[in-house]
Ligand binder design. Structure first.
Ligand code: URA
Length: 203
């Protein structure tokens, strides 16, 4: 069902509507809102997080709570903001109590996020955190090994584009000493994006 519904959506609006009509993910029944996306659908840089938390569930927008505020500061540090990136999650509804989504839940949502990426058609993908990175990249490595290493991801039916796994801002709030790794990765993102003429190279 997910594959059929997602594959049929000709636009982001249609995809959001088909998610709103989709009953195949049981998280929907405990969540208050569908959390689809934020930012600029025309952006060339797309960030994919894990799943909505409490604040996101209440507002229906990704990354609006504490982790989201840190994400905004991280983006600002390389002169990005939500007018210049597009943000979504691999999971569209809040898992109860913010538990980690199960592999089944991730699998069920996958056709939708893959279609969402295809419709945005970004030039760079950023996977925020291990759940996101591991849902797109095969292999046994965890986020602490994957982070900061550029890889590639092939948009279904589309181009192969550079992708960068990074530490999740919620993890950085719990482990502030790891912010130095995040800073390195942000600089790497900025450098690559400047080289691709996606952002100004001035700062
Ligand atoms: N964490 C995420 O991964 N996504 C959100 O939208 C909020 C917090």
């Amino acid at each position: 069902r997910a594959r059929e519904d997602a594959g049929r959506a000709p636009s982001l609006e249609a995809l959001q509507q088909s998610l709103a009509n989709f009953d195949g993910c049981r998280l929907k029944f405990t969540a208050k809102n569908l959390v689809f996306a934020d930012g600029n659908p025309q952006a060339k840089i797309m960030l994919v997080g894990e799943a909505p938390g409490r604040d996101e569930d209440l507002e229906g927008r990704p990354f609006v709570g504490k982790a989201g505020q840190l994400l905004d500061r991280m983006l600002a540090s390389i002169e990005l903001d939500r007018t210049k990136v597009y943000i979504a999650n691999v999971i569209y509804w809040r898992p109860p109590g913010n538990r980690t989504p199960t592999p089944m839940e991730t699998e069920i949502c996958r056709p939708f996020i893959e279609r969402q990426i295809a419709l945005v058609d970004p030039d760079i993908l950023v996977f925020l955190g291990g759940v996101s990175a591991k849902s797109f990249l095969a292999g046994p490595d965890g986020i602490l090994r994957l982070r900061g290493k550029w890889t590639e991801w092939t948009i279904p039916g589309g181009r192969t584009i550079p992708a960068l796994p990074m530490l999740h801002p919620a993890y950085l709030l719990r482990q502030p000493a790891q912010k130095k790794l995040a800073w390195r990765d942000l600089l790497s993102l900025k450098k690559r994006a400047s080289e691709m003429n996606l952002i100004g190279s001035s700062a």
